[in-house]
Design a protein around this ligand. Sequence first.
Ligand code: ADP
Ligand code: MG
Length: 489
Amino acid sequence: MSTGTQPEINQDTVFETVIGLEVHAQLLTRTKAFAPVKAEYGAKPNTQISPLCLGHPGTLPVLNENLVKYIIKMGLATNCEIARKSIFARKNYFYPDLPKGYQISQFDTPICYDGHIDVTLEDGTEKRIGINRIHMEEDAGKSIHDQDPYNTLVDLNRAGTPLIEIVTEPDIHSPQEAYAYLTRIKQIVQYLEVCDGNMEEGSLRCDANVSIRPAGQKELGTRTEIKNLNSFRNVERALSYEVERQKQLLLNGGEVVQQTLLWDANRLETRQLRSKEEAHDYRYFPDPDLPPVIVTNEMLDEIRSELPELPHVRMQRLIDDLSLPEKDAALITEERDLADFFEELHKQSGNAKQSANLILSEVKRVLNERSLEIREFPIKPARLAGLIKLRAADKINSSALQTIFNEMLDGDQSAEEIANAKNLIQVSDTGFLEPIIEQVMADNPDEVSRYREGAKKLMGFFVGQIMKQTKGKANPKMVTEMVQKKLDN
Ligand code: ADP
Ligand code: MG
């Protein structure tokens, strides 16, 4: 698109990146969108089907109420307007995994529209991203090309499973912002429990539209659409690649052609799937078998009352009420289950800071090492709280905490039992420590005089010696105070 009204492009041109994302989220309803058939992931091929999923003539769709409920939850959580009346449309095309010959979708009356979410970028700044629409649709079946050398196999279990499609405004201005947006969408669907957010299993899928334009130009540049993105990092990589490709094209006097591209995650490049000329014309028309979806005030009130506390609100509460540092609060509320674990641990132990510290260090480390979800973590909050209480009361030092924690992981003893059995309760008894300190000073006269002449760094040496003598059981804070008093005398 090189019309005379556009600024000349040369080597000094500064480009602005423009990105719009379309995210499909597979809903966690028990049954399909328009048939009372199970919609579970991973079942044996073609075992979760009915005449309706097979497109038999004479079958009639019946709307799953939870589909409407879940999408309204998502709409409210993303500040959307909710249409009081919206309709379903047929999106027509031929494909072997689509026996009906059309997908039921929404076209010009999406049920949710004009929303936004705020995302936090890596440098800490907040950025608002507009949501153009969220609509309901059903999925197609799955064509399997890699299991039979001659034939394509079709699994129709997925045919008719409920999806929502979340479409942003072209408000995203870098691949990093796209990543932050996707992370936030995943967090919201998981908090709402409307989708499991698993990109590898295809429960969240993203198509990315991208264009560039000389900074200051109002008109949008010609876009390309990238498909086949199966991780958030791949979205970020593919967008970076595509922005650079478009830049080079324009700088070399070429033009961006509107087309659909596939991301090749092995070769780290995009390649053409189809051009605009081959783009589908879906011949949308209102589905005559489904009545309009009417949303009443009562429905809205009920759904609103069922909304959980959303991640950013929860994060702010942890900062305001429990004085957690912002960074800790953000990490803890990243996943709803982790935040629940934290709040239970805090309730049981009475210590927010130590609970957060333990989760963000030891607990997270074990989750990573053993590839566990927090739900599967072997120490439940009630038992873990015992460990925090010991530490908060200064009965154990930090190295003992580590030892006891590791022991608790693979057994069911309480922290106190382990501390006693391993003799890890700190010695804070001055009468016991006094003679040991005197002995260490007597054994190291050189260090004592160097310390007194100003080598204050030797304090570490003395404390170390005393910890060694007490096999790590002395309370280091108390030892430091006592040694200081003696040396400064
Ligand atoms: P389609 O009907 O082809 O899906 P839409 O108008 O629904 O197109 O837009 C799909 C997505 O592409 C939206 O997220 C929108 O913000 C984004 N988009 C549209 N035009 C551009 C553009 N020129 N550059 C980048 N993104 C765009
Ligand atoms: Mg689209």
